[in-house]
Write a protein that binds this ligand. Structure first.
Ligand SMILES: [Fe+2]
Length: 318
């Protein structure tokens, strides 16, 4: 067996309004089934003769494997979410939730609202930490799937009928309320502390331009929207612009090869933003040269295409 069984994390006899019978059935029949399915599927994949297996069969098995693996992981998290009194959030979790949702009450309203909305359907409601953004988000994971890439779920509510039907019948709202009364916030806090240690994905690094400050396309948009005076120079290379059809609105194109000819037209009292096609070399190099000449210059990270991806306004390039 490749994937091991996790012992039940919560103590069923301590739960308030959720009976041991429900937890036992859920753990034995649904978590156990997911784990067994996962091991069968992964064995099957391992033993495939890939030369003789159709791509479609492989895709089906990989989809089933992902669903079974996620079901296993989320059930383990679900049982580890229960066992507390649901009331007092430790300060670290309360302030993180307040920062990302406005307030704990608002978080609770959203989380419970999603859960109640799934009543009669199925899926998971998760509180997930996203390292890229350094923030928490409530999410739905239907079909044991749809996990946020790189996200670390720290609280899980199982909204599949098998999680409550035995005891609550169709009254999913009563089940959701009972779940909220039993959240083990001290365990959530420990998971939150682990999650925030996960580093965000590595950003693009350009060590050769480490000393040249950049500005994001979003920040440039803010500057323009606020009417802040700024000189925006499109320095896409001449050979590239001969086939380019558009240019950022508010920018003027200048040939980066002829910087000597146009540098004298720039004002030293207004900041300068330069950019090239993708933001790798020419925009950075130009900003660097301008800084050495005493201009307050930065390059726009991501260049022309970052602006386009933000749907920033462009005009016809003639
Ligand atoms: Fe379940």
């Amino acid at each position: 067996m490749r994937y091991p069984l996790a012992p039940l994390y919560c103590r069923p006899w301590t739960l308030n309004g959720i009976s041991p019978r429900l937890i036992e059935s859920h753990y034995e029949n649904n978590y156990g089934a997911a784990l067994n399915r996962l091991n069968v599927i992964s064995d099957e994949i391992e033993q495939l003769d890939l030369g003789k297996t159709s791509d479609q069969s492989l895709v089906r098995l990989k989809r089933d494997e992902a669903a079974a693996l996620n079901s296993t992981l989320l059930h383990e998290l679900y049982f580890a979410s229960l066992g507390g009194d649901g009331r007092v959030l430790p300060d670290a979790v309360a302030s993180a939730i307040a920062k990302d949702f406005g307030s704990v009450d608002r978080w609770r309203q959203e989380f419970v609202g999603i859960a109640n909305g799934l009543a009669g359907g199925s899926g998971w409601v998760l509180l997930t930490y996203v390292p890229r953004d350094g923030r928490l988000i409530n999410q739905i994971a239907s079909d044991h799937d749809q996990s946020i890439a790189g996200g670390v779920p720290i609280l899980a509510l199982d909204m599949y009928e098998h999680a409550y039907h035995l005891e609550f019948g169709a009254n999913a709202r009563a089940y959701v309320a009972a779940f909220m009364r039993n959240i083990d916030w001290s365990a959530v806090k420990l998971r939150y502390e682990d999650a925030i240690k996960v580093k965000p994905p590595r950003p693009l690094e350009q060590p050769e331009f480490a000393d040249v400050p950049s500005i994001s396309a979003e920040e440039v948009r803010e500057l323009l929207n606020s009417g802040t005076p700024v000189q925006i120079i499109d320095t896409r290379p001449n050979h590239y612009t001969s086939k380019a059809q558009d240019i950022m609105q508010g920018a003027v194109w200048r040939d980066p090869e002829r910087l000597d000819e146009w540098i004298g037209t720039l004002s030293k009292t207004e900041p300068v933003v330069t950019f090239c096609v993708y933001g790798f070399h020419i925009g950075c190099g130009t900003a660097s040269t301008l800084r050495k000449a005493g201009f307050d210059a930065r390059y726009m990270a991501g260049g022309h295409f970052a602006w386009k991806a933000l749907k920033g306004p462009v005009r016809l390039f003639e």
